[in-house]
Design a protein around this ligand. Structure first.
Ligand code: ZN
Length: 391
């Protein structure tokens, strides 16, 4: 289904708000009000003249959450995003200078439009104040302080937003537990991947056919257990999500429209990529029987214990907590389908195999999978799920 909405913005003041960062160290919003305004933003983060990022003190950029939510909360009406990869020509070729935004059922008022600007267009807006994009970037680099200000220009804009509604299903399976008061656990993996661009097919064998296979295999095994008279205490929901690569769309949908009450959801176990020996382990020629884990058990439900107990019993894998270090934590947390449930307070375990050079490339193919490792990781997930479903 296609729909068109038109947003009329008449005589809206423009404000420059640097990189759109609100942080203790550096705050682009300290001295300006963006309410009811069009906000001109730079992409990236403040760096000094040697390329060191102010927020981290290293050559690695900090992980910061999206400026869109922040600006929505502050009441901005339009984002004007300067993008140095665009010129007026490339924007013409793209026919549209808009970013695609996907509706997110957990976030209200999704419709804050983002208009991308080439350098020429951004400078047009800045002429009244005698500045340019280059001079503003230089000022921030030199002083490492925000340079936000009211640009003293008003714009009128009639923006046409094309809305396309498409259906992409989550696939959900349920095993009912013996104790209806004991709540449920969710075992999840996403089944979508990057798709195609032109002639290239992105197969997504590791990301995340491996995880999808894992939950199907585990569901099959649990059914066999039930046939033999072993039914878990808690209900287990097997969730194969769509749209993870487009911004966790399937898991946001389930978190917003849960099959069982969120407060009765004991835990999420999410699998995103299994069975591939990552760059670290293959590079080091170290023992390749491992799994990266990320456990956030805010309600002290003993998830880590369930996982480690299962692993000890199987005795096959090293559980690697590398990505639980603070510098990786946020990206790992937000980067897969456990996140929408985390936002609603559900504890989780994420299990994965880490990154290889084929990550999000057409070369992510099944021949690269180490099937013994995949099998070991699936067994670990099975037993952990079983433990949590019965503890
Ligand atoms: Zn993935």
């Amino acid at each position: 289904m296609r729909n068109t909405e038109t947003v009329h913005l008449d005589n809206i003041p423009v404000v420059f708000a640097g990189y759109g960062i609100e942080n203790k160290v550096y705050n682009d919003f300290a001295n300006i009000d963006v309410k009811g305004k069009a906000v001109l933003l730079l992409t990236g983060q403040p760096q000094d003249s040697t390329g060191t990022y102010l927020l981290t003190g290293t050559k690695q950029a900090a992980i910061i959450s999206s400026y869109q939510n922040l600006l929505r909360k502050k009441g901005a009406v339009l984002i004007l995003l300067y993008n140095n990869r665009f010129t007026a020509d490339t924007l013409l070729q793209r026919k549209s200078s808009f970013q695609t935004v996907y509706k997110n059922p957990l976030i209200q008022n999704n419709n804050l439009p983002v208009l991308m600007l080439s350098e020429e267009r951004a400078n047009d807006l800045l002429t009244a104040s005698d500045k340019t994009i280059k001079s503003l970037v230089q000022d921030i680099t030199k002083t490492l302080r925000p340079q936000s200000y009211d640009v003293n220009t008003n714009i009128s804009n009639h923006i046409q937003i094309d809305i396309t509604e498409e259906k992409a299903p989550n696939v959900i399976g349920v095993i009912n537990g013996t104790d209806t008061s004991a709540g449920c656990i969710i075992l999840s993996a996403h089944h979508d991947h990057v798709g195609r661009d032109g002639k290239n097919i992105y197969y997504g064998a590791v990301d995340n056919a491996s995880g999808t296979v894992a939950i199907m295999e585990i569901a099959t095994l649990m059914n066999k257990a039930i046939e033999k008279g072993f039914r878990p205490k808690r209900t287990i929901i097997f969730a194969s999500y769509t749209g993870e690569e487009k911004g966790l769309l399937g898991s946001y949908h389930l978190a917003a429209n849960p099959l069982f009450p969120i407060e009765k959801t004991r835990a999420v176990l999410n699998i995103d990529m299994m069975g591939r020996v990552d760059t670290f382990y293959s590079g080091k020629k170290a023992d390749s029987n491992y799994a990266y884990i990320l456990v956030v058990d805010s309600l002290n439900r003993g998830l880590r214990n369930s996982l480690f107990t299962a692993n000890e019993k199987l005795g096959k894998l090293k559980l690697d907590t590398y990505y639980e270090q603070p510098q990786f934590m946020q990206r790992r947390l937000m980067g897969s389908d456990q996140y929408p449930f985390y936002l609603k307070g559900v504890p989780f375990i994420r299990i994965d195999c880490g990154f290889s050079k084929d990550y999000h490339q057409p070369t992510d193919t099944p021949d690269k999978i180490n099937y013994e490792l995949l099998s070991n990781q699936i067994q670990l997930t099975f037993l952990t799920t079983w433990n949590i479903a019965n503890d």
